[in-house]
Design a binder for this molecule. Structure first.
Ligand SMILES: Nc1nc2c(ncn2[C@@H]2O[C@H](COP(=O)(O)OP(=O)(O)OP(=O)(O)O)[C@@H](O)[C@H]2O)c(=O)[nH]1
Length: 357
């Protein structure tokens, strides 16, 4: 992980004149006050430590008896920043991010080993509440599956916000598993006074073990999150090698990369039901030959992807190829087709064929 020397712009700097936690919380909220103060001072301390020298080189692998390892589910409604968080925690892009809600479809595991502890992360699709089609039913099943076999749940919300979609996800969390309330996009909060009443309401909704105000795109916050999560993971041997970052195949990563470029370059016009299938993934030494099909529901969507004189599709292909070349470290030949399969997201059998659980 990078330990940037730049002092992060802390939202706390903008709140110096705001009331303290004790001024905004009632006396009976002593434990909440402690939670808020602890969370805030941890942030300040990390900011102060930002001039510290870079971390020392990796230590030798500790004996199994000293290793810690556990599963962490990252859950939250669409667009709260789960993929950004996962990528930052793993230190490499393994989950696509987009301003368009609902871009995460699969249960992706990324892992990161920091000193004696191995953190195995499970990314989940944003819980879909609006449509009841087969694709969304499949996405919701993935969320439920993900939270029931983990050591720790990181419930991600946008700081200061909570609506029906957040409530739906929260209602899925089992009481037995410790859950961290991660108030993401904290950089967008400019008055600390807004957070105390919000935190009080959140704590009434669920018995959160910790409160972490942070920004997924702030390296210091990410570093601090490792320290917070560590104590919830059991002492047991690692499940993966110290250097491993994901258990997804290169073929899967190729589909994800193409899907990301597709959503980035078509903007808000393209419905999230468009998907990518890898028809061929061949390796010849360092060379990769990849053929992919983008499946859309309507002819109009096909036109949107191809663009005028094929310009849009060409750009999707070029950007995806460059990223695949960076990932594999070799040359990539990439061929992309666009096909219309109307109603695929409503069809349970097809959803299964396309790789959803
Ligand atoms: N300002 C700010 N923006 C953020 C932060 N974290 C994520 N974002 C932005 O929020 C948007 C959504 O982020 P994603 O990581 O794709 O969200 P997600 O929860 O994985 O979304 P789905 O795939 O729809 O479930 C992107 O535009 C991110 O750049 C943050 O800490 N601060």
């Amino acid at each position: 992980m990078t330990t940037g020397k730049r002092k992060p712009t802390s939202s706390l700097d903008a709140t110096q004149s705001s009331p303290s936690a004790s001024e905004v919380l009632a006396p009976q909220d002593a434990s909440l006050e402690a939670m808020l103060s602890k969370a805030m001072s941890a942030r300040t301390n990390m900011d102060a430590a930002s001039d510290a020298p870079d971390a020392p080189p990796a230590k030798p692998i500790p004996p199994e008896s000293e290793q810690r390892c556990g599963l962490i589910a990252i859950v939250g409604k669409p667009n709260v920043g789960k993929s950004t968080l996962l990528n930052a925690l793993v230190g490499q892009k393994i989950s696509i991010t987009s301003r368009k809600a609902q871009t995460t479809r699969h249960r992706i595991t990324g892992m990161r080993t920091v000193e004696a502890t191995q953190f195995v992360f499970v990314d989940t699709p944003g819980f879909q509440t609006r449509h009841g089609n087969a694709l969304n039913r499949s996405l919701n099943r993935t969320v439920v599956g993900a939270v029931n076999d983990v050591d720790l749940i990181v419930f991600v919300v946008e700081a200061g916000q909570f609506n029906m979609a957040d409530a739906k996800v929260l209602s899925l969390l089992p009481a037995k598993t410790p859950a961290i309330l991660l108030a993401n996009k904290f950089d967008l909060i400019h008055r600390r006074a807004e957070i105390a009443p919000w935190l009080r309401a959140m704590q009434e909704r669920h018995d959160f073990a910790e409160f972490v105000p942070m920004s997924a795109n702030n390296a210091k916050d990410i570093e601090r999150l490792f320290g917070i999560c560590e104590k919830y993971l059991p002492q047991q041997p690692w499940m993966y090698g110290a250097e491993e970052l994901t258990d997804r195949s290169d073929r899967f990563m190729a589909a994800e990369i193409i899907r990301e470029k597709l959503f980035r370059l078509t903007g808000d016009e393209l419905p999230y039901t468009s998907t990518v299938i890898i028809d061929k993934y061949e390796e010849e030494g360092a060379l990769r030959r990849v053929a992919a099909t983008i499946v859309v529901e309507r002819d109009g969507h096909k036109g949107m992807i191809i663009g005028e004189k094929g310009e849009k599709l060409k750009r999707i292909g070029t950007e995806a190829r460059h990223e695949l070349e960076r990932l594999t470290g070799g040359k990539v030949f990439l061929e992309i087709w666009v096909k219309v399969r109307s109603g695929w997201a409503d069809d349970e059998a097809r959803v299964k064929t396309f790789g959803y659980e």
